[in-house]
Design a binder for this molecule. Structure first.
Ligand code: GDP
Length: 440
């Protein structure tokens, strides 16, 4: 996400390296580069221009602090302004009411159905809600079937009625059904068209009038760049929606939509979609997004994800084993599985400062750990608990069984041995203190 923009901005700031002071000339030069980077990322021209002017004024207006270099100061101001451009604060969904009603609007293919499912998953797991999904696309029976598939994936009931041709009636019946059956959130997936047309707008407007939803969310594909911004504007004129879900940010998007929508439409991006899986939905935080754009990583989101998967009891047991130097391959496997639960590996690594860019061309996928897992699965229970018994012939057998090579098995055993040594040392604080003293 945003690697290109990140690269270019970094190069822009390099102009200032070696300069001891911010001057009108070097700031102007840097901002010209920043503006070019933004335009290349498909940010609207006027927004890019206003943006760089604001950063410039702020930088020149601020006394040059001796404690920070001009480059750092400019990055800091750019960060503040990027965050402001994207709306400053994260805006939560309004989930009041029984049921809370969320209406999904957007063009066909934008990701409405997928994101209806993701939202159901989010409401269930993060907000403790019992959601109902509603299929209101009366033109494409396949769309109704797709929502049923999605509903099944996230364990959420789907309300549909293929006989009924009036979407307003279906939606109203669904809300009634929700009330009577204990659902406290209703997500209404609607029909989209390939381009904006009057019939579609009329239909979604009448759904909004009839349902009076807590939230109308406009779903838009980030890959469409400036078109995304224009569509956002047109939908907003008709629907005056509450927020935006920006989808497909995992793809090869240049990021312009994420940066421009808020400024053009004056509506917040509430979520971003970063994959086809049902858990690839992230609440949008402007400052975290600026962190990522400026290559500072997004440690806060990373820690949050880790905490979500954190099992205190398991951690306590693990600590005990580490203290006794009993950490074995079963624990190792469990740790791998926890990391995998946190999501797409490349996405995670991208949140670590400086790593996103380093991994730009590396193909890290969800199966990054599959070789390691296969090796551990090919060990006998005794071998997993006592890796020291794994001799040459056992290594051969494990390599064959896991479809890997002896070298790979050796590498894993070596890494494991080192991890264990380090853990032991960390468990032994005295030794640690001695080591630190030696390093002084
Ligand atoms: P709808 O016509 O608006 O309901 O769009 P769909 O939900 O059917 O999505 C269209 C296509 O985009 C499907 O193939 C989805 O799997 C894909 N898609 C949706 N959201 C995302 C996303 O965040 N990332 C990626 N990579 N693909 C997505």
């Amino acid at each position: 996400m945003f690697e290109n923009l990140q690269d270019k901005l970094e190069r822009s700031f390099k102009v200032l390296k070696g300069h001891g002071q911010i001057t009108e000339v070097n700031v102007a030069e840097t901002m010209k580069e920043v503006r070019r980077s933004l335009l290349d990322a498909d940010v609207n021209f006027k927004i890019a221009k206003d943006f760089t002017n604001r950063v410039k004024d702020k930088a020149l207006g601020r006394d040059v602090l001796n404690t920070v270099s001009p480059g750092q100061l400019l990055v800091k101001i750019t960060h503040e302004e990027l965050t402001e451009l994207m709306g400053s604060e994260h805006e939560e969904l309004d989930l009041s009411g029984d049921p809370a009603v969320i209406l999904m609007a957007g063009l066909q293919g934008s990701g409405k159905t997928t994101h209806s499912g993701k939202l159901a998953h989010f409401l269930k797991n993060k907000k403790g809600k019992k959601p109902l999904l509603v299929a209101c696309d009366v033109y494409r029976p396949a769309a109704i079937d797709q929502l049923h598939v999605v509903g099944e994936q996230v364990g959420t009931e789907v309300y549909s009625n293929k006989e009924e041709k009036d979407p307003v009636k279906i939606a109203k019946d669904a809300v009634e059904y929700a009330k009577q059956n204990g659902f406290n959130a209703v997500i209404v997936d609607t029909a989209g068209r390939l381009a904006i047309d009057e019939d579609m707008m009329n239909e979604i407007s009448s759904l909004k009038d009839a349902l009076n939803p807590n939230e109308t969310l406009f779903v838009v594909d980030a890959m469409t760049g400036q078109d995304a911004v224009n569509t956002a504007k047109e939908f907003n004129q008709r629907l005056d929606y509450e927020g935006v879900i920006l989808t497909k940010l995992d793809g090869d998007t240049r990021g312009g939509a994420a940066l421009s929508i808020r400024a053009v439409v004056q509506k917040p991006i509430k979520f971003i979609g970063t994959g086809e899986k049902m858990d690839a939905l992230t609440p949008f935080h402007p400052s975290r997004m600026s962190d990522r754009i400026l290559g500072m990583g997004d440690v806060v989101s990373l820690v949050e994800r880790a905490q979500e998967q954190f099992d205190a009891e398991q951690a306590r047991k693990l600590n005990k084993k580490i203290a006794k130097n009993q950490f074995d391959f079963n624990d190792f496997l469990q740790q791998l599985q926890q990391i995998k639960k946190m999501g797409n590996v490349k996405d995670l690594v991208g949140m670590i400062p400086g790593m996103g860019k380093a991994l730009k061309d590396v193909d890290v996928d969800d199966d990054a750990f599959s070789g390691i897992e296969a090796i551990i699965h090919s060990m006998t229970p005794e071998e997993r608990e006592k890796p020291q018994i794994i001799n040459g012939s056992r290594r051969n057998r494990i390599a064959k069984g896991s479809g890997t090579s002896v070298q790979e098995v050796n590498r894993l055993l070596k890494q494991f041995g080192e991890t264990r040594k380090m853990m032991k040392m960390m468990g032994n604080k005295q030794q640690m203190a001695g080591l630190m003293n030696k390093m002084k």
